[in-house]
Design a protein around this ligand. Structure first.
Ligand code: TYD
Ligand code: MG
Length: 460
């Protein structure tokens, strides 16, 4: 009988060690090593994805860069405009895309919807999580007229999946989820580092050999990383994150890594009773409809990915009932909020240290663009003074530590988005004025260079 081989794997980064270690030398996490049984595939083992070279060792020779023919990668349009944009203009043949997200956010729905709606492509949806009936029920919710070539397979063994793949030869493969698969070559349980790594490697080989695009759905851990090893993210071509607040209807599909397009691209969906619907005009839905002007609300012109978006920021500043004031932010970095509060305290003399401050970005969206700073500052001042900011004004500038208003990138796009949506004034940094033709805009540009100026320009 062959000796059982085992090794210890860091569950956080996939580092392999022959012995148990307390601290991972690779990612410095403590107590992450777990023993997993591994077995190296022997020559006589069951089917792996057969390589076109018949398993023989292929020897690659170095070639001169200029002699390599440049190929324009073919893009397959999925029919879902948001997804196509996040992928960098459609699906690349032979690419492997990993979609991560919290449970219940809508990963399975997004992928099933793709399988049902894409035109005239044979799609195989492999599920290790749900039964055929459950998938059928979901499909009926999503569309009444599914495309004819959508196949469902409930299976978790990669070897069995490959057998079906050979027969069916799908043009797109979707796997829900990578953590439920197991390969016969590895003994450890599904979802463990070595299993996830092996199954991904096998699917990767399949994708590259047959030029079939593959989508993998991946679970994420409590702290938001894609479960299983970080290594998974290195292996695949594209990593997309599906995020949002489960209690809101909006969902964001963000590209974190993309070998075939810009990272940090963004798609927005709304979850309805009959599936996900694309949101093509995010600005209009992210502004709350209000008739009267309320204090603590202001509007920022941000850019997420390549798209300008106008987003409402809300602040509530109130006297703290306790010794330690509360500070909380939804959709915005709390550390950055504290920094802005400190700047307001020091530069403008607002006594905010004894106040509770709550911050919220409308629509359950997370904003990382620093150009939202000025809008947040305006919302905080407005709530503190209890004077509304006119709903015809919007902001696009970063705030520095010394209270200076800093320039932001792609200011023209922000201004034209604000103009398009009917704003009358936009506050920008003085330093942003160079390099574009201001006369083509009808919207009034208010330029500021210090935070004090913003206060006097707003409330006189
Ligand atoms: P699901 O795709 O199962 O999430 P994941 O695969 O990421 O775990 O999404 C499940 C949630 O979406 C569930 O709470 C119900 C909701 N939902 C709708 O609101 N409308 C729909 O049409 C569908 C199919 C699901
Ligand atoms: Mg699911």
């Amino acid at each position: 009988m062959a000796k059982i081989k085992s090794a210890y794997f860091c569950q956080s980064c996939g580092y392999e060690s022959a012995k148990w270690l307390g601290k991972c030398p690779s990612c410095n996490q403590w107590n992450t090593f777990v023993e997993e049984v591994i077995e190296k595939p022997t020559a006589g083992n069951a089917a792996v994805w057969k390589t076109s070279t018949g398993g023989a060792q292929r020897v690659n020779k170095p070639s001169k860069l200029e002699e390599i023919e440049s190929a324009t990668e073919e893009r397959l349009l999925t029919g879902d405009e948001e997804l196509d944009r996040v992928l960098g203009g459609g699906l690349v043949t032979g690419s492997v895309t990993l979609i991560g997200g919290e449970p219940g956010i809508g990963k399975s729905t997004l992928m099933l919807q793709l399988a049902l709606n894409i035109k005239q492509k044979r799609v195989l949806y492999v599920s290790g999580e749900e039964s055929e009936q459950q998938i059928k029920m979901r499909a009926e919710r999503i569309t009444k007229t599914p495309q004819a070539d959508c196949f469902i397979l409930t299976e978790t063994s990669t070897q069995n999946i490959f057998k079906q793949l050979e027969q069916l030869a799908p043009e797109i493969l979707i796997v829900d989820s990578i953590q439920t698969l197991h390969s016969a070559h590895i003994e450890s349980t599904p979802g463990s580092v070595s299993q996830v790594r092996e199954c991904t490697a096998e699917l990767l080989r399949f994708a590259k050999e047959t030029a079939t695009p593959v989508f993998l759905i991946g679970h994420i851990t409590k702290d938001g990383a894609i479960a299983g090893p970080k290594i998974l993210e290195h292996m695949v071509d594209t990593v997309l994150q599906f995020e949002g607040d489960r209690h809101h209807i909006y969902r964001i599909l963000r590209s974190i890594k993309n070998r075939f397009g810009a990272a940090a691209e963004l798609g927005i969906y709304a979850m309805h009773g009959n599936g996900l619907r694309e949101v093509s005009n995010p600005s209009e839905v992210l502004l709350s409809q209000r008739d009267e002007e309320l204090s603590g609300i202001s509007i920022g012109a941000t850019i997420e990915g390549a798209r300008p978006m106008v987003i409402e920021t809300q602040a509530l500043v109130s006297i703290s009932a306790y010794g330690t004031p509360q500070r909380s932010a939804t959709g915005f970095d709390t550390k950055r909020m504290n920094m802005l509060l400190a700047v307001l305290e020091k530069r403008c003399g607002f006594r905010l240290s004894a106040k509770d401050v709550f911050l919220n970005i409308a629509g359950g969206i997370k904003v990382e663009d620093p150009a939202i700073d000025l809008s947040i500052v305006a919302a905080i001042i407005s709530s503190h003074e209890d004077i509304p900011v006119s709903s015809k004004i919007c902001f696009a500038a970063e705030v520095g530590l010394s209270g200076e208003i800093r320039a932001v990138n792609r200011i023209e796009q922000r201004i034209s988005e604000a103009e398009k949506l009917g704003f009358e004034k936009i506050f920008i940094s003085n330093y942003n004025l160079k390099g574009f033709n201001k006369d083509k805009f009808k919207i009034e540009l208010v330029t500021v260079s210090k935070i004090e100026e913003v206060f006097s320009a707003l409330f006189g």
